[in-house]
Design a protein around this ligand. Sequence first.
Ligand code: SAM
Length: 247
Amino acid sequence: MLRNRYLVALIFFWIFLSCERTNSDNLRNPVQLDFQSMKEEMVKTQIRARGVRDEGVLNAMLEVDRHKFVPEEIRHLAYSDRPLPIGEGQTISQPYIVALMTELLELKKGDRVLEVGTGSGYQAAILAELADHVYTIEIIESLGRSAERLLRELGYKNIDVKIGDGYIGWEEFAPFDAIIVTAAPPHTPQPLLDQLKEEGRLVIPVGGFYQDLKKITKAKGQIKSQDIIPVVFVPMTGEHIKGKKKR
Ligand code: SAM
């Protein structure tokens, strides 16, 4: 009798130990999280539910692993409905905003796109799924270099990263079918308007602490601007925005 009780107690203790081990393993090793399901849920509840309908954009958001673009220690938050810190005081944008801005660009297979504000490289990867070539500029060298490394590791051959001030665009490869700006200037930089192709689309947050997300189009030399929604992006930095440096 005593031996049986001892045996039962031993079995319970063993079960308790295994549960404890599994729980602490999960906490220490978030790689075991089901990122695929989290990504599908993100697209369904944060993006499709808010009205993004372009199947190409939805597929790109399903294709690119957002958790690979955020710092290791916050990977478990990668698919949550918010921007996240990526270091150097900068952020990776909220998934819905990435999808909305991409949809507004109306990308086609042969398009060449300029992005200002590479950050983590996530938005560039989404663009590269839809366009022919992506040219992306980052002003903070450490961010630009690590995004470039990651994008290369992930096999993207149609993305060029440059370290520099995106206010002046990338003259060498202009004009662009589409331009996306992911840092907020107080006004739309003239060089970006100049480097936009006829029939091109420019999506940009413009303002101070709060900004308007604008979709700007060029047709027959005429510039048309449409306010889409209020947004909050990190400010555009650099000497050109302050008017201290000429091109
Ligand atoms: N698109 C990024 C992503 O997918 O992670 C998020 C970009 S974050 C909201 C804005 C980025 O713009 C920051 O990395 C910041 O350093 C960069 N930035 C700010 N001013 C810039 C400028 N004048 N030229 C290029 N990059 C700039």
